[in-house]
Ligand binder design. Structure first.
Ligand code: ACO
Length: 427
C-alpha cells in the first residue's frame, strides 16, 4: 500500500497527520487508528464511510455495478462455474485444478450427515416455527457436538470447521423444510451435485426414484453463486464481530444467521414476494408506489435499493435471466412476474427512484424463482443463509489468518452528564 498522508486540522490545534491507505482496487482510505490516542473518535453509524477490516475476498464497485469474487467477475462465475467451484475460490483464493476440486467435493460429501442429536433438536421446535429460528438453533447447537475441532487458533481445526459447515448447511436447511411440512427426513445422496442434492433432500419421496430437473438444478446453483459473498454486509460483519472475541465458530454462524434474517438484509426476498402477492395485479401498483414515497409511511418497496449498489445490482441482471428461463420452462402462471416487471419498469422511470438511485436488487428476482420451484417463501432466507455460509466462513478464516483483534466500536455519548444519585424508593 502507498504511504500518502492527509492532514486533519481541528480548532487551530496542531494538525494531525493521517496515513492514506490504498487497496488494490477502490477508494483511498484514511487510516484513523491513531485518532483515539489524540482524543478524537470518528462518528459513522451504520459504517457508511468506514472500513472495518481489510480483505482480499470480494470487491464491489457500487457505482459501476461491479462484483468480483477473488478478482473474478460475478457474471462469468454465474455463467461458467458451479457453486462448489465458487466455494473453493472464495475459501482458498484460486480456482481449483481437477484433483483439488475432486478432493474438495469428496471431503464435503463425507461430512454432509448431521449428528443424530441435531435431528432430535429439530423435533423440539413447533412445526410452524420459522425456518430461520430453527437454523439459528441448529447451527449454534453444532458447538455442542464438534469438540474435536474447537481450537480456533489451529489452522487445521479452522479448515475442518469450514468443511463441516459447508457440507451440513444444505442438510440442515432441507431438514427444516421437511420438518415444517411434516415429511420424513431424507439423508444426503453422494450421487448428486451440491445443488442437485439440495433438491433431492427437499423434494424427493422416499418411496419413489427422484429425477433431478437440470434447469432447476442450474437455477438453484446460480442463486447460490450469486449469494455466496458480498463483502462486509451486516451478517458478515456480525460473524467477524462475534468471532473477534475468539467465540466458538458455530455460535458465530448462528449470530450471522440471526443478522441475515432481518427484512433489510436477507429477509428481503421473503418480504419482496409477500409484497408482490399483496400487490396482486398491475392496477394496484400505484397505491403501493404512493406508500413507498410517503415519508410518514414506513412501507418500502422490497427488493429495491441497496446500501452499496447505486447502479444496477450485477447479480440482479443474471437473476433476471434465470428467472425468465425457469418461468418459461415450468410454464407457471406469470401473474407475479407481470407485477414484478411492471414495478421494475415504473421504478426505473420514476424520478423518486432515479434520484435516489434505487434499482431492483437480487432479492427482487430470487424470490420469484424460488417460489416457481415450489419452495415456500418462509424458506427463502434459509436458502440465502445456506448460500452465504461460504462467505461467512471465508471471512471468519481470513480474520484469523490476518491476526485477530477484538471488535470494540466507540460511541458518541448523548446521555446525562455526571449527577448525584438519590434513591426514590427509600426514604
Ligand atoms: N423503497 C422506497 N424508498 C426507499 C427504498 C425502498 N426500497 N430504499 C431506500 N429508499 C429511500 C429512503 O426512504 C431514503 O429517502 P430520503 O432520502 O428521501 O430520506 C433514500 O431512499 C435513502 O435510503 P436509506 O435508507 O438511507 O438507504 P440505505 O442505503 O441505508 O438502505 C436498504 C439500503 C436497507 C437496502 C434500503 O434500500 C431498503 O430498505 N430496501 C428495501 C429492502 C431490501 O430490498 N433489502 C435487500 C438489500 S440487498 C440484500 O441484503 C441481499
Amino acid at each position: 500500500m502507498d504511504k500518502k498522508k492527509a492532514i486533519l486540522a481541528i480548532d487551530g490545534k496542531d494538525p494531525i497527520e493521517l496515513n492514506i491507505l490504498r487497496g488494490s482496487l477502490g477508494c483511498q482510505e484514511l487510516d484513523i487508528r491513531t485518532l483515539g490516542a489524540q482524543g478524537y473518535f470518528a462518528f459513522d453509524p451504520g459504517f457508511t464511510s468506514t472500513a472495518s477490516c481489510q480483505s482480499s475476498i470480494t470487491y464491489i464497485d457500487g457505482d459501476k455495478g461491479v462484483l468480483l469474487y477473488r478478482g473474478f467477475p460475478i457474471d462469468q462465475l454465474a455463467l461458467n462455474s458451479n457453486y462448489l467451484e465458487v466455494c473453493y475460490i472464495l475459501l482458498y483464493g484460486e480456482a481449483p485444478n481437477v484433483k483439488q476440486f475432486h478432493d474438495f467435493k469428496i471431503s464435503l460429501t463425507h461430512n454432509s450427515l448431521l449428528h443424530e442429536q441435531i435431528y432430535n433438536l429439530l423435533r423440539c421446535f413447533c412445526r410452524h416455527a420459522h425456518p430461520m429460528a430453527m437454523l439459528c438453533g441448529m447451527t449454534g447447537a453444532l458447538a455442542a457436538i464438534y469438540h474435536d475441532s474447537m481450537d480456533v487458533h489451529r489452522k487445521s481445526h479452522r479448515d475442518l470447521i469450514a468443511i463441516r459447515l459447508l457440507a451440513q448447511m444444505p442438510t440442515m436447511v432441507s431438514m427444516c423444510y421437511r420438518y415444517a411440512t411434516g415429511k420424513p427426513f431424507v439423508y444426503p445422496c453422494h450421487d448428486f451435485s451440491y445443488s442437485g442434492n439440495i433438491l433431492y433432500m427437499m423434494f424427493s419421496d422416499p418411496s419413489e426414484t427422484y429425477v433431478i430437473n437440470p434447469i432447476l438444478e442450474r437455477a438453484l446453483d446460480c442463486i447460490l453463486i450469486l449469494h455466496a459473498d458480498h463483502e462486509q454486509n451486516a451478517s458478515t460483519s456480525t460473524i467477524r464481530t462475534a468471532g473477534s472475541s475468539g467465540a466458538n465458530p458455530f455460535s458465530c454462524i448462528s449470530a450471522a444467521v440471526a443478522s441475515l434474517w432481518g427484512p433489510s438484509h436477507g429477509g428481503a426476498n421473503e418480504a419482496c414476494l409477500l409484497m408482490l402477492e399483496e400487490i396482486g395485479t398491475i392496477e394496484n401498483i400505484p397505491v403501493f408506489l404512493r406508500r413507498a414515497k410517503d415519508k410518514n409511511d414506513p412501507f418500502r418497496l422490497m427488493g429495491f435499493g441497496h446500501r452499496v449498489y447505486k447502479n444496477y445490482d450485477p447479480r440482479a441482471m443474471v437473476m433476471r435471466e434465470v428467472c425468465h428461463e425457469v418461468l418459461n420452462h415450468l410454464e407457471v402462471k406469470k401473474d407475479l412476474m407481470e407485477v414484478a416487471m411492471e414495478l421494475e419498469y415504473i421504478a426505473l422511470h420514476d424520478s423518486y427512484f432515479i434520484e435516489r438511485k434505487l434499482y431492483p436488487n437480487i432479492d427482487f428476482y430470487s424470490g420469484i424463482i424460488l417460489k416457481a420451484m415450489g419452495i415456500p417463501s418462509s424458506m427463502f432466507t434459509a436458502i440465502f443463509a445456506m448460500a452465504r455460509t461460504v462467505g461467512w466462513i471465508a471471512h471468519w478464516k481470513e480474520m484469523y489468518d490476518e491476526g485477530i483483534k477484538i471488535s470494540r466500536p466507540r460511541q458518541l455519548y448523548t446521555g446525562y452528564t455526571q449527577r448525584n444519585f438519590n434513591s426514590k424508593i427509600t426514604s
